[in-house]
Design a protein around this ligand. Structure first.
Ligand code: PGA
Length: 261
């Protein structure tokens, strides 16, 4: 499916890294030299730094978001955090269903679907992560798995509720930290992105599918960002490791060639 005018969205996912002081220094330096021409950039950060960074980035084009949230509005859930609390702290978006949450914390599609609903209620922009594991990839089941994650994850939600939805395709085998992780070939990733759009088109409408920003994630670096974004259906990047270093994140955000201007 061909491109329309989708914004390029580049998000760094810091995972469990950075203290308040480290985070503030990073963002201060980033903003000092920030020229994201035609791209939207943001950082998904640990809970403890959402508030200080939201204060620091007020009025700037850098978005601050969370990496996870609970699927209930509030209640006796020790150690958990609600979407409304992220919003209250200043988060604008939230990652939902990251493969580390699915794999290490046993989040299933139903839980992820409930989280998405709560994120929408809290007026947080949701980034829904989908992607196949190495085994599923080797067995040729990538499409089947991704279709299920999209169908189940988006169940019960309509186009209006999902107006700000971002999908992140992150092949689990490509995420750094895994054995021999390496980025997917841009052409291969493009095929899956196109497939995601076809699924969205079946679930909702073709015009909706055309509007949704679909990011790629998994071992993105300044060296491969260009090639990935050059694909017609790759509209943005979700960057883990390379977003922890100011130089590499800056390079990707500031030098990324601007799509569809
Ligand atoms: P990576 O992580 O860029 O370090 O591979 C991506 C992610 O897990 O979102």
């Amino acid at each position: 499916m061909e491109a329309s005018t989708r914004p390029s969205v580049i998000i760094g996912n810091w995972k469990m890294h950075k203290t308040i002081e480290e985070a503030k220094q990073f963002v201060e330096s980033l903003l000092a030299n920030f020229k994201p021409h035609g791209v939207t950039a943001g950082l998904a950060v640990p809970y403890t730094v959402i508030y200080p960074l939201a204060q620091l980035t007020k009025g700037s084009p850098l978005l601050i978001g969370g990496q996870n949230m609970n699927d209930a509005r509030e209640g006796a859930f020790t150690g958990e955090i609600a979407g409304s609390m992220l919003k209250d702290a200043g988060a604008q978006f939230v990652i939902i269903g990251h493969s580390e949450r699915r794999r290490l914390y046993h989040e299933d599609d139903l839980t992820i679907n409930h989280k998405l609903l709560r994120a929408v209620e809290a007026k947080l922009q949701p980034i829904l992560c989908v992607g196949e594991t190495q085994v599923e990839h080797d067995e040729g089941k990538a499409r089947e798995v991704i279709e299920r994650q999209l169908v189940e994850g988006l169940k019960g939600l309509n186009e209006n509720q999902l107006a700000s939805l971002i999908i992140a395709y992150e092949p689990v085998w490509a995420i750094s930290g895994g054995h021999h992780a390496h980025s997917a070939m841009p052409e291969k990733a493009e095929e899956i992105h196109d497939f995601c759009r076809q699924v969205l088109s079946k679930l909702f409408s073709e015009s909706f599918a055309r509007r949704v920003t679909i990011q790629y994630g998994g071992s993105v670096t300044p060296a491969n960002a260009h090639h990935l974004l050059a694909q017609p259906n790759i509209d943005g990047l979700l960057i883990g490791g390379a977003s922890l270093s100011l130089d590499s994140f800056n390079e990707i955000v500031n030098d990324t060639y601007t799509k569809r201007q």
